[in-house]
Every structure is written in C-alpha cells, then in structure tokens.
Design a protein around this ligand. Structure first.
Ligand code: HEC
Length: 127
C-alpha cells in the first residue's frame, strides 16, 4: 500500500511538471541558474528562467509569520494573480527585466485555474 501511495504521489508530481512544460516552459526555461548566469545569456531567451523568477518572489514577498504554509500560500496567490493579469505596476521583476523582455502576456483562458494551482505549487516546491 505504501509503495502504491508513493507511486501515485510521484505520478502527480510528474503531472504538475508536465503542466508547467505545457503552459510555461516555452518562455521560462527550467534549468536552475542564477541571476548573474542569466545576464550572460539574456539576449537568447524570451523571459527570465523560472529559477530566477522564483528566487525573486521568495526574496521580495516576505511574510512576518514563521510558517512555511502561509509563506507558500501568499507567494503562490501573488503568482496566480500575476499570471492571469500581468502588469508592470504590480510586478516585482527587476525593471531591466521589463525593458529586456516586455510584460508577460496574460495566460487567462489558456490555463485552467485547477492546472494553475498545480503549476504554482510545483514551482514553489522545486525552485
Ligand atoms: C509568452 C511567454 C510567457 C509565458 C507563456 C509565461 N510567461 Fe511568465 N513571464 C514572461 C515574461 C516576459 C516575464 C517577465 C516580465 C514580467 O514580469 O511581466 C514573466 C514573468 C513571470 C513572473 C514574475 C512576475 C513579476 O512579478 O514580475 C512569474 C511568477 C511568471 N512569469 C510565471 C509564469 C508561469 C507559472 C507561467 C505558466 C503558467 C508563465 N509565467 C508563462 C513570459 C511568459
């Protein structure tokens, strides 16, 4: 039974990653790189890699409660809102990021809310 649960759990992680691949990877590549490494290759990419995006989210959105679940809930709520209604006013990407890549196009209607929940949870846990 335990191994069945483990298999199902791994399958669901795999499914979340597949959703990221379907909806996000065409712009945000998945390799873990630092901000400095990104600067060296930014002419060749369409958007900041997701490792750089997530590092920025975790650095700038600070919750004054020492509770990882609350932290995750607040950050992923920001991400979901941004992905559906992006704008430079609420974004926390570096200003050069907007100059280089432009504002992210809204993904409203392209990804379901259920899939989006899985994607942002997977991104938060893996980066
Ligand atoms: C067509 C290209 C494209 C797609 C598809 C795309 N993004 Fe983006 N995304 C961008 C660009 C460009 C930026 C940087 C500018 C900005 O922040 O708006 C960005 C920025 C972001 C940010 C940072 C927001 C901030 O505060 O500035 C998050 C989080 C993000 N994307 C998550 C995602 C996720 C998750 C998906 C898949 C559901 C996704 N993006 C799909 C192009 C894209």
């Amino acid at each position: 039974m335990k191994s069945l649960i483990l298999i199902l759990f791994s399958l669901s992680l795999f499914a979340s990653e597949a959703l990221f691949d379907k909806h996000c990877v065409s712009c945000h590549f998945k390799q873990h790189i630092t901000f400095e490494q990104m600067k060296a290759q930014r002419q060749h990419i369409k958007a900041p890699p997701i490792s750089v995006v997530m590092e920025r989210m975790k650095e700038f959105i600070v919750v004054k409660v020492d509770d990882e679940d609350v932290q995750k809930a607040v950050i992923t709520a920001f991400m979901k809102d941004y992905i559906l209604e992006p704008s430079i006013d609420k974004g926390i990407c570096h200003v050069n990021c907007y100059v280089q890549f432009g504002t992210m196009p809204s993904q409203k209607g392209k990804v379901s809310l259920k899939d989006l929940d899985e994607i942002v949870s997977w991104v938060y846990d893996n980066y």
